[in-house]
Design a protein around this ligand. Structure first.
Ligand code: BES
Ligand code: ZN
Length: 615
């Protein structure tokens, strides 16, 4: 890092009384790791999955590469871990090493410092996680579909790997890893590594991930899982109740991979499998390499929500291969991925659907632009020490996507596609900051073809607030017709039964519902519900849109179904906004009761987002 930046941060850090290790990793303020002295290059995990105690127990072995051997120590990030003992391998001999667990920081957790007698080749840390690990969810038998066996899964992004592995937890570094995982016998363990189809379910599982990945991509799932192949390179792991449905829903995955490879170059990771998690999984999907983690709430029966698969797959290039160096650069992961996701959807499902998905995303971005603090609408975020989870919004995703669509339109795909492909290639297995990207895009695109996009325009998109006035505005012809029908009904010129809704896709329904006024009469709400049975929709996104509308319009007939929905799904995007709206309105007390009942089934990340609404 530049010296003046270091000096400035040092001053800031001393003012805030932070430790010196904070200063040395000033690029990523969410780690205490002393990366400038030593880096782990490989992790070996040896863990027992203890369902009775809800903890992982065992040890992690770090293989170390030293750049400064004076006063050798290793600092790793931890959160809510119990550290038992630490050892160092020096000159072929293991010996005990002294360690110190630092003060707990509310966002970062506690740094673990291991004082070493020399520049050790390896360090072992014996530890166990605790039931409150923010990056793990432990489901009892009763909380699973099969009711026979418990389930456990990890979610490490952004800074939760440290709640189950003592690790240098920053996306600025990469490790390879291997693991030995012991589980109760009939259960299967899978990881973001080389899962193999024919593993015997003997409770002893071995993994290896030979490609270097940032720690937030280390992942594990353990449960009563079955395997079914979809194509040579793709398969599903899921509980048996949903395995066949998942295969039917996601069987375009290979086609998606092939199309992405055509535009952006080789898929770097060998296999691409999907793990379908219990409905309490707090995200839609998580791009764990070789094995994306997927919510079952997108299994709609009609492939209407499979853009999620395109999204997680796209991360195999943007995010997993080319990685944001800090969480303030998240748009480099999510903006590029949203852009590539939509390109995949266009290739596999056609332009009309791709444009509808763009338009829905742009509407949702506009909602966030209206409600967020202006300073939080920049692509390059300023988290200022806040928890990265809390500042999560559509900005990195959709503003990032619109910026890339803007560049695509300005330069044309014949120039833009090769640029992106080259970028993925030049930064493969590396991390970069927004500043690095600006330099790169100037050199390889905007200055290479001058007079098309100015430096000021780049600056405005990346560092400015809101949306530039000439930002792309995706327009769908299908949506235009939906809007006309809606107007005719609202103005009393047409009956609902006369609107040609039979052929509407899920996307048209979503647009229709989202565009409805928030002050509809009870009569209008009833008409909609009776004509289209929206309260009983089995599509999780349609139900979400309808519940939002119903809550805002004070339409009570949804209550039993809404209760059921909130109690059976834990995906943040679908439940957090509903709880927020409910907690601000007249149904607050009712919602609090629902929440008290549902909370034990939610992931710690979902709990910590919803708890504040009922404080
Ligand atoms: N990597 C993200 C999930 C994530 C982001 C977790 C930041 C923690 C911090 C994943 O790829 C994602 O974006 N999921 C979306 C998918 C959607 C945009 C299609 C989701 O979960 O809804
Ligand atoms: Zn993503």
């Amino acid at each position: 890092m530049l010296n003046h930046a270091k000096a400035a941060l040092f001053t800031l850090a001393s003012l805030l009384c932070l430790t010196t290790s904070y200063v040395t990793n000033a690029e990523d303020s969410y780690t205490d790791a002393n990366l400038e002295q030593v880096e782990s290059t490989h992790l070996y995990l040896d863990l027992f999955v203890n369902f009775d105690e809800k903890r992982l127990e065992g040890f992690v072995e770090h293989t170390l590469e030293w750049s400064d051997k004076a006063k050798p120590k290793l600092v790793v990030d931890t959160r809510d871990l119990v550290i038992k003992s630490t050892y160092a391998l020096l000159n072929g001999q293991w010996r005990s090493a002294k360690f110190e667990l630092g003060k707990v920081h509310p966002v970062k957790g506690a740094p673990l410092t291991i004082y070493l007698p020399g520049a050790a080749e390896k360090v072992r840390i014996h530890y166990h996680s605790t039931p409150k690990a923010s990056g793990l969810q432990w489901l009892t038998k009763a909380q699973t579909a099969g009711k026979q066996y418990p389930f456990m899964f990890s979610q490490s992004q952004a800074i939760h790997a440290r709640s189950w592995i003592p690790v240098q937890d920053t996306p600025a570094m990469r490790v390879t890893y291997s693991a030995r995982i012991a589980t109760p016998k009939p259960l299967l363990a899978v990881m973001s590594a080389d899962n193999s189809a024919n593993t015997e379910k003997d409770g002893d599982y071995h993994f290896s991930m030979p490609q270097a990945i940032p720690p937030y991509l280390i992942a594990i799932g353990v449960g009563d899982l079955e395997y079914k192949a979809m194509s040579k390179q793709t398969a599903i792991y899921a509980e048996s109740y949903i395995l066949d449905d998942a295969v039917a829903e996601f069987n375009d995955t290979q086609e998606m991979m092939d199309q992405t490879t055509n535009i952006y170059g080789d898929y770097a990771w060998g296999r691409y499998d999907l793990l379908v998690l219990p409905p309490s999984f707090p995200f839609g999907g998580m791009e764990n390499p070789r094995l994306s983690f997927i919510t079952p709430t997108v299994i709609a029966g009609d492939k209407s929500l499979v853009n999620l698969i395109a999204h997680e797959l796209a991360h195999s290039w943007s995010g997993n291969l080319v990685t944001n160096a800090t969480w303030e650069d998240l748009w480099l992961n999510e903006g590029f991925t949203s852009y590539v996701e939509n390109r995949i959807m266009e290739e596999v499902f056609g332009e009309d659907r791709a444009v509808m998905e763009q338009a829905l995303a742009a509407d949702s971005l506009n909602g966030d632009l209206a409600s967020l603090d202006k300073d939080d609408t920049r692509l390059k975020l300023s988290l200022n020490g806040r928890d990265p989870d809390v500042s999560f919004s559509e900005i990195p995703y959709v503003k990032g996507q619109l910026f890339l669509i803007y560049l695509e339109q300005k330069f044309g795909r014949d120039k833009f596609d090769p640029f992106v492909k080259q970028y993925f290639d030049d930064y493969a297995f590396l991390s970069l900051t927004t500043k690095d990207f600006v330099k790169y895009v100037k050199k390889h695109l905007t200055h290479k073809y001058p007079g098309i996009v100015s430096d000021e325009k780049l600056q405005e998109w990346i560092f400015g607030t809101g949306l530039p006035a000439d930002a792309p505005q995706p327009k769908s012809d299908a949506f235009k017709k939906v809007k006309q029908s809606q107007h005719a009904w609202l103005e009393g010129k047409a009956e609902l039964s006369s609107l040609s809704t039979e052929k509407w896709t899920v996307h048209e329904w979503l647009y229709f519902i989202n565009e409805l006024p928030r002050n509809l009469s009870e009569e209008h709400m009833l008409q909609l519900d009776q004509s289209f049975n929206l309260t009983n929709s089995k599509n999780a996104e349609i139900a979400f849109a309808w519940f939002n509308l119903a809550i805002e319009n004070g339409y009570q007939a949804i209550n039993p179904k809404l209760d059921q929905y909130l109690s059976s799904i834990g995906r943040g995007k679908l439940i957090v906004p509903l709880y927020k709206r409910l907690s601000e309105g007249e149904k607050r007390a009712w919602a609090h009761e629902v929440y008290k009942k549902a909370r034990p089934g939610y992931h710690p990340l979902a709990q910590s987002r919803i708890d504040p609404f009922f404080k």
